[in-house]
Design a protein around this ligand. Structure first.
Ligand SMILES: C[S@@+](CC[C@H](N)C(=O)[O-])C[C@H]1O[C@@H](n2cnc3c(N)ncnc32)[C@H](O)[C@@H]1O
Length: 354
């Protein structure tokens, strides 16, 4: 199988990093996300909704507050971007059952690129509230809430390097079945994009999500059209320095980028400062970026733990405690994972509402 994968991925001479990532992750037949279920112990990684249902409950409660703040519209759209194995959406549907008016008002849309994962989601989620979509055209009525957990890190990025005032784009060159990175002169169009975001002020590897911003252009215009906002949670950094963040994970361990191509997850850290500036340029308002730890605690994750654990035996209590710690402890996911909330300028709802 790996031979077949190599043959397909390695036939091009040299391609930009983002096209390479797009191929190895989303190639129709052999891309990582198109053929593998990467989640859980048997996969390559676990995400917050896989760690504990309580994470998803906190997002659901946040959604309840949003709806209330908008004066309880009788139609509201919740769009999950990149729903993975469907854990989050299933939990959202279950939590909303405790809020019948909101449940009745909510339409859930799952925006997923991988056909393999759509199959997994369809098996797990059996609800007439949920539709799978390839674009947002049919969402025309009621405010929109977009949510993406570990969605941004999965979008292919371009990489550039500035050497003595010349700007080069990193390409992947396959030679003797090995991955090599080479530099080629960057196009004027791309240089203009980098300049617009002041990314050329600093040296180092400059990362720019051309694909990501194209995806988010559609999200921003829906928010401006219908009111609402978008909440993203992801691992990343908040600094103006340019850094090389490409990383590969295979069976829960970091993996050499050139190994297990098409069978490992390759992602980049999210540059939150860049995304913030992107949303502002797109005429949206961006709230202060906070850590996952702060967000979940503001949402009451510890109080929820107390309620749940009071009814549990010791073994279950310890298990839940360690899962919650994994989500909020700064030395685990609490600090590295950050939360960005962007919204329509008219929208008064605030992220840190308590
Ligand atoms: C790292 S996984 C996160 C899954 C899930 N949100 C979670 O937290 O468990 C990234 C998800 O985004 C999806 N994805 C990546 N790029 C996408 C795109 N352009 N459009 C829709 N889905 C995409 C992947 O197929 C996958 O479901």
């Amino acid at each position: 199988m790996q031979k077949k994968i190599d043959k397909i991925f390695f036939k091009d001479k040299s391609i930009p990093v983002d096209l390479f990532l797009d191929k190895i992750l989303y190639h129709k037949k052999l891309g990582y996300y198109q053929k593998k279920n990467p989640f859980g112990k048997k996969g390559d990684f676990v995400t917050a909704p896989n760690i504990s249902n309580v994470f998803s409950e906190m997002i659901a409660i946040w959604f309840v507050s949003f709806w209330e703040n908008l004066n309880r519209p009788n139609r509201i759209n919740f769009i999950e971007l990149g729903p993975g194995n469907g854990d989050f959406s299933l939990s959202l549907i279950n939590t909303l059952k405790r809020f019948p008016n909101l449940s009745k008002a909510t339409k859930i849309y799952l925006y997923e690129r991988s056909e393999k994962l759509i199959g997994i989601q369809r098996k797990k989620i059996n609800s007439r509230k949920v539709s799978w979509i390839k674009n947002f055209d049919r969402i025309n009525d009621g405010p929109v809430i977009f949510f993406g957990n570990e969605f941004l890190d999965a979008l292919p990025i371009k990489q550039f390097k500035k050497i003595k005032n010349n700007i080069y784009e990193k390409h992947v060159l396959i030679k003797n079945k090995k991955i090599n990175f080479i530099l080629k002169k960057a196009s004027k169009v791309n240089i203009k994009k980098l300049r617009n975001y002041n990314l050329l002020d600093d040296d180092g590897i400059i990362e720019y999500p051309v694909f990501g911003f194209k995806e988010l252009d559609k999200v921003c215009s829906k928010i401006r059209e219908l009111n609402g906002g978008a909440l993203f949670i992801d691992y990343g950094y908040y600094s103006k320095k340019n850094i090389d963040t490409l990383q590969s994970v295979f069976k829960h361990n970091f993996n050499d980028l050139s190994k297990n191509v098409g069978n490992s997850d390759v992602t980049s850290l999210v540059n939150f400062d860049l995304y913030k500036r992107y949303f502002i340029k797109n005429d949206l308002y961006v709230e202060k970026i906070i850590t996952q730890s702060e967000f979940l605690q503001k949402m009451g994750i510890l109080e929820r733990y107390k309620i749940l654990s009071d009814k549990m035996n010791n073994k279950k209590k310890i298990n839940l405690h360690s899962r919650i710690q994994r989500l909020i402890n700064p030395s685990m996911m609490g600090q590295t994972f950050k939360v960005i909330f962007t919204k329509d300028k008219k929208c008064k709802f605030s992220l840190a509402f308590r």
